[in-house]
Ligand binder design. Structure first.
Ligand SMILES: Nc1ncnc2c1ncn2[C@@H]1O[C@H](COP(=O)(O)OP(=O)(O)OP(=O)(O)O)[C@@H](O)[C@H]1O
Ligand SMILES: [Mg+2]
Length: 235
């Protein structure tokens, strides 16, 4: 398999402090193949969220290049960035950021409605199908405060999938869930990776989730180190 859909080249991110510069990412390189499941591990503060936010075009690197499908993204072009964010990328956060005034179904539909308001019926059907595949067919009309933590996270995953993104980026998607619910979400990631051939990049502290991935990287001192063996103790 050598079908690269996203590539990071010499990505640097730093913050200027009072005294000196804080280097978070130093000449970081990463290539992601279509259909791959990549896990990113690393200590708190090592820059995992920073990296994921840069990949998700939610934050900008100080230097370096990002390519999607071998085409460089012009990071200064806001229209191009918005289009790629909505069509190419799906994001799942640690805290799911569902909109509290909307039902589960509406939350999943929203990113697609933004693109294609006139296809409301098709979008609704697709959202229902996705929620059903996550065993949420009985929860379409629940608002976030009427859902459990794991259910909310599954709604967030369905929402990330609605525009059929090329890549899903997930930042500690089970960080605030109990072990059993986390296992359930891990199974779901495995399912969307295998059944939908969905490309996934997941930041996690979970050994179990990391060991399900095709490749595991440890972020340390601003660079990614690949771990070839499975992980039993990485903290
Ligand atoms: N706006 C900012 N200004 C200065 N430093 C920042 C800023 N934002 C983040 N940092 C620093 O960048 C480093 C990386 O933060 P990041 O959130 O990427 O870590 P992380 O690996 O995701 O950690 P965690 O596992 O705790 O979520 C941290 O040391 C943080 O203090
Ligand atoms: Mg983080």
């Amino acid at each position: 398999m050598n079908n690269i859909i996203m590539r990071l080249e010499n990505i640097q991110k730093f913050y200027k402090g009072q005294v000196d510069q804080l280097n978070i990412l130093r000449n970081l390189n990463l290539s992601i193949n279509k259909g791959e499941f990549i896990a990113i591990l690393g200590r708190s503060g090592s820059g995992k969220s920073t990296l994921l936010n840069i990949m998700g075009l939610l934050d900008r690197a100080n230097s370096g290049k990002i390519y999607f499908d071998d085409k460089e993204i012009k990071l200064y072009n806001d229209r191009e960035i918005d289009r790629i964010k909505n069509k190419f990328l799906g994001f799942v956060f640690q805290f799911n950021y569902l909109l509290s005034e909307f039902t589960a179904l509406e939350n999943v539909m929203l990113p697609a409605l933004v693109e294609n308001y006139n296809k409301k019926i098709d979008i609704e059907n697709k959202a229902k199908e996705l929620l059903s595949s996550m065993e949420l067919s009985e929860r379409f009309y629940h608002k976030p405060n009427q859902l459990s933590g794991g259910e909310k996270q599954r709604v967030a995953i369905a929402r990330a999938l609605i525009n059929s993104p090329q890549i899903i980026l997930a930042d500690e998607p089970t960080g605030n869930l109990d072990e059993e619910t986390s296992d359930n979400i891990f199974g779901l990631f495995k399912m969307i990776n295998k059944d939908f051939n969905q490309t996934l990049v997941v930041v996690t502290h979970s050994r179990d989730l990391a060991n399900m991935a095709d490749r595991r990287y440890y972020l340390k001192k601003g660079i990614l180190e690949e771990k070839t063996e499975t992980i039993d103790n990485f903290r």
